[in-house]
Design a binder for this molecule. Structure first.
Ligand SMILES: Nc1ncnc2c1ncn2[C@@H]1O[C@H](COP(=O)(O)OP(=O)(O)OP(=O)(O)O)[C@@H](O)[C@H]1O
Length: 360
């Protein structure tokens, strides 16, 4: 296969369909080499909408530079009778292009109808398909517009800072605590189109004469995301043109801040950890924790509990724990869920689980 120096600034257009958008994506990938590593097989999630069709076209055109074997997957949610037809038409178009499309159909239980259920099914299917094909990177076509809408939605719902830092460019597809995760073959979820907006992908589809299958559920106002898209973002854009792109950039900065503060929290935790406790299990020094500012105590406790138990405590439960752990309060214990208990005496707090071997 023909190759080109990916570190060279002056890239020769590799094909007739080379455009400023191709160059923009190519540069983005070169600055983030872990996102879609050169030569790594990729599984693209193709809904048939404008974002995923633009993703497919761009990655196909950049394939010669990056040498990825490309696999395609489409999920038929069977929301409507005609969704099978979309899957068939998409598969037909792919086949005309010399591409194979893997299609899964959802045998949905009657009660499962939410967006969250559909997403859960899609990611499960994508993980399974990726494992079957020996692929390490699943790729979705999320754009800056998706990320801005998600951030606004999470802000409105009162998410913790960590929740606001959503739609990362790269994250594990399945969480480490998920029973479907095989730790020997981690699968990444990559979102290389985050520097592009929905207006960009619409323009690209037009320029490249790509077919687009519109999903009527994207305009269904019963879904909160769609109302943010149709009613909130346009107002913000009218007041401050470019608002969605700037909101998306804030989400990117939040991701960086959360990651860098995680590093510091881990360092701080090392100094607070004790070798053992009354129960012989690793713990935290209560007095030293109590000497810190409450905001730091909150962050350290949250992080330590999540790392040790894989549980994320609701904000209210965490606040109640912090209150009970303040200097001067007596020894005690609290149930955390999933059989985990936090116990503390005057000097130490430690975790107890009837069956767990605790990580350090
Ligand atoms: N039916 C589908 N088949 C294959 N891929 C899909 C399908 N639906 C969505 N995707 C993939 O997921 C991406 C995001 O789609 P969409 O915004 O509709 O999902 P979402 O549930 O809102 O995702 P998230 O909550 O993770 O943002 C798409 O760009 C596409 O890559």
């Amino acid at each position: 296969m023909e190759t080109q120096d990916l570190n060279s600034e002056s890239i020769l257009p590799p094909g007739p369909r080379w455009s400023p958008d191709h160059l923009r994506l190519h540069r983005h990938l070169r600055h983030h080499p872990d996102l879609l590593p050169a030569g790594a097989p990729l599984l693209l999630a193709i809904s048939g909408g404008q974002d995923s069709m633009a993703l497919l076209a761009l990655l196909r055109d950049l394939q010669r530079l990056h040498q990825w074997p490309l696999h395609l997957w489409h999920g038929d949610h069977r929301w409507r009778p005609e969704s099978g037809q979309v899957a068939a038409e998409l598969a037909g178009w792919c086949s005309d292009q010399g591409l194979e499309l893997h299609v899964s159909s959802w045998l949905r239980p009657l009660e499962a109808t939410s967006e969250a259920d559909a997403r859960h099914w899609r990611y499960g299917q994508l993980a399974e398909q990726a494992r079957c094909l020996g692929v390490g990177h699943v790729v979705t076509a999320h754009t800056a517009s998706d990320r801005a809408e998600t951030l606004l939605l999470h802000l409105a719902r009162g998410s913790h800072r960590r929740g606001l830092a959503s739609l990362r460019s790269l994250r594990p597809l399945t969480s480490p605590s998920s029973p479907t995760t095989d730790p020997s073959e981690p699968i990444a979820l990559a979102r290389p189109l985050l520097p592009f907006s929905r207006a960009d992908t619409a323009r690209l589809c037009k320029q490249l004469a790509l077919p687009v299958w519109h999903d009527p559920s994207n305009t269904d106002r019963r879904y909160s995301r769609n109302r943010i898209r149709a009613e909130v973002v346009p107002v913000l854009e009218e007041l401050h043109p470019g608002a969605a792109q700037r909101i998306s950039s804030q989400a990117e900065r939040l991701v960086e801040e959360v990651e860098s503060s995680d590093e510091l929290v881990n360092l701080a935790l090392q100094t607070l950890k004790t070798a053992g406790s009354q129960a012989g299990t690793p713990g935290l020094q209560r007095q030293e924790l109590g000497d810190l500012a409450v905001a730091n105590q909150r962050q350290l406790l949250h992080h330590w509990l999540e790392q040790s138990t894989r549980l994320t405590l609701p904000a209210r439960q965490l606040e109640e724990l912090l209150r009970r752990l303040q200097p001067g309060h007596p020894p005690g214990q609290a149930d955390l869920g999933a059989d985990w208990q936090l116990r503390w005496d005057r000097c130490t707090l430690w975790l107890h689980h009837p069956a767990a071997h605790l990580p350090q």
